[in-house]
Design a protein. Structure first.
Length: 518
């Protein structure tokens, strides 16, 4: 009888574990999925988790499949890899169980699976079609399921993607559109192109309005080659009298942070809740550097109004506690200006690498951003972001440059820049506080000359010039014309002056040294 309580406890834990895994199907974001998986891993023993993974390999839920993949990555490899390999090799298991096990081994555990082990599944698509049907059904209430499905598809060879495209033909036209929009953003050009072509055919026939919208959205976010394919399809539709009418962006607003020394800024797009019962508020959060095409993204479209920053007037400053312990200072900017910044970032992204893969959640939620009329930035703001440099005939006005640098260093949005300079000094470890003999000007000069001799000096200057242009934009939007002019002036001369003669760098390092010493 002594074993009975232990058996009962184990049974209860197993049931609780199954319930916890089932809740993964309701997650609406990758971060939420990962957080729940970590909680499960902390709560249950490795022995129970390995057994649960094996029991759930046949799940038709893309979310649960992704969740158990993340779970396997948290387990000791020596415990989880052998049973997964055994499932892949055992032809008594269902095809879906074997393909899921192989996917986890390759995608989440970095293991290699021999193609010979899966050779008997070639030509069998029954399990794949069932999985597709389940994803479509779940995706009606949780779009993130479709993203997880496409993400897993992308881990397989191209022929699997084409098989999925073929299976989509069995579905009702309206059920194909959202998956085709996601597949059209596949990193593999040949796969994406076919998805765009399928959308064009649907737009001209059965699923006209939804497919038309998808093409319109994709034309604003795909690589230039694929965007042109979308635009050609849209023009053909216009010739037949079909024209997409962009909706009014009512309820949307944008918030922008100041830029750091690397040119990175946070940009939020917020859509207020329209139906409290549905909690349909949206937050699309970017970290971007428009000049370099660097883009990070996370998105949620199931938020309560209390979780969102308030919708103020353009020019309002918003202190928003995002749970990180330090409130974010964001400036309310025109919605179209924010979208134009993302568009510029995408242009630079594709110019840098036409095969680059955009963040998964951006692919999912970008239809919310690009369903509207193409974004246009006012000419005055565009000029601030232009990569303007001095001519060799111009002479710097050092008095004006020093005055501009001094004013900006005192401005609150440059506090992080002074922090950057302080970090530079912390690595050099100058004499600490109380030493009145420290010659800050001399020390600053030494460091400036050292930077001038670095092989990556020009990268520092180019990056900081781009960051200054972003600061000039922010200040202009904040209606600080004079400060914006200061930032634009310093940006113009950032790459033209030697580092040792750059007033802004000298001023930042001096301020950072003063902070370090005192």
């Amino acid at each position: 009888m002594a074993e009975e309580p232990r058996i009962i406890n184990t049974f209860q834990q197993r049931r609780q574990l199954e319930e916890a895994l089932a809740t993964l199907a309701a997650t609406h974001a990758e971060a939420e999925l990962v957080d729940q998986v970590r909680a499960i891993a902390d709560r249950f023993s490795a022995e129970l988790l390995v057994a649960a993974v094996q029991r759930n390999l046949g799940t038709t839920s893309s979310q649960v499949r992704g969740g158990i993949g993340h779970l396997c990555a948290l387990l000791p490899p020596e415990l989880i890899v052998p049973p997964l390999r055994a499932v892949v090799a055992d032809r008594q298991h269902a095809p879906l169980q074997r393909t899921t096990a192989a996917l986890i081994l390759e995608r989440y555990l970095g293991e290699t699976v021999s193609p010979a082990l899966m050779g008997d599944l070639a030509g069998s698509d029954d399990a794949a079609f069932q999985s597709l049907l389940e994803a479509i059904e779940e995706g009606r209430t949780n779009r993130h399921v479709l993203l997880e499905y496409v993400t897993q598809m992308a881990e397989h060879p191209v022929d699997v993607a084409f098989m999925v495209l073929g299976l989509l033909d069995r579905l009702a036209p309206a059920d194909r559109v959202e998956l085709l929009r996601l597949i059209a953003q596949d990193q593999r050009h040949q796969v994406a192109r076919v998805a765009v072509e399928r959308l064009a055919m649907l737009a001209a026939a059965e699923a006209g309005e939804a497919a038309h919208r998808a093409l319109y959205v994709l034309a604003q976010t795909l690589s230039p080659t694929l965007a042109e394919l979308c635009e050609r399809s849209l023009r053909k539709l216009q010739f037949t009298g079909r024209r997409f009418q962009p909706p009014d962006p009512a309820g949307w607003h944008a918030l922008l942070s100041a830029a750091d020394t690397g040119g990175f800024a946070t940009l939020w797009f917020v859509h207020d809740v329209t139906d409290p019962a549905r909690e349909d508020g949206a937050l699309l959060a970017f970290v971007l550097a428009p000049a370099d095409g660097v883009l990070q993204f996370s998105g949620v479209e199931t938020m309560e109004q209390t979780q969102l920053p308030s919708h103020g007037k353009v020019g309002d400053l918003v202190n928003f506690d995002n749970g990180g312990g330090k409130p974010a200072l964001l400036l309310q900017i025109p919605f179209e200006v924010g979208r134009a910044l993302v568009s510029r970032t995408l242009d630079a992204w594709w110019a840098r690498d036409a095969q680059a893969d955009l963040p998964g959640e951006y692919k999912l939620y970008n239809d919310l951003l690009w369903q509207f009329a193409p974004a246009e930035m006012p000419e005055a703001l565009t000029a601030l972001l232009a990569d303007e440099v001095t001519t060799g005939l111009e002479q710097p006005d050092f008095a004006a440059l020093e005055a501009a640098a001094g004013a900006l260093i005192e401005h609150p949005i440059f506090a992080g820049w002074v922090g950057w300079a302080t970090a530079v000094w912390s690595t050099l470890q100058p004499a600490r506080s109380g030493d009145s003999t420290v010659n800050t000007a001399a020390l600053t000069g030494v460091v400036l000359r050292e930077i001038d001799g670095l092989p990556n000096r020009s990268l520092l200057q180019t990056t900081m010039a781009a960051a200054l242009r972003m600061q000039a934009l922010w200040l202009k939007l904040d209606r600080e014309e004079k400060m914006s002019g200061h930032a634009a002036l310093l940006a113009r001369w950032m790459t033209a002056l030697p580092v040792r003669k750059n007033p802004l760098l000298a001023g930042l390092l001096h301020a950072g040294l003063e902070r370090t010493l005192h």
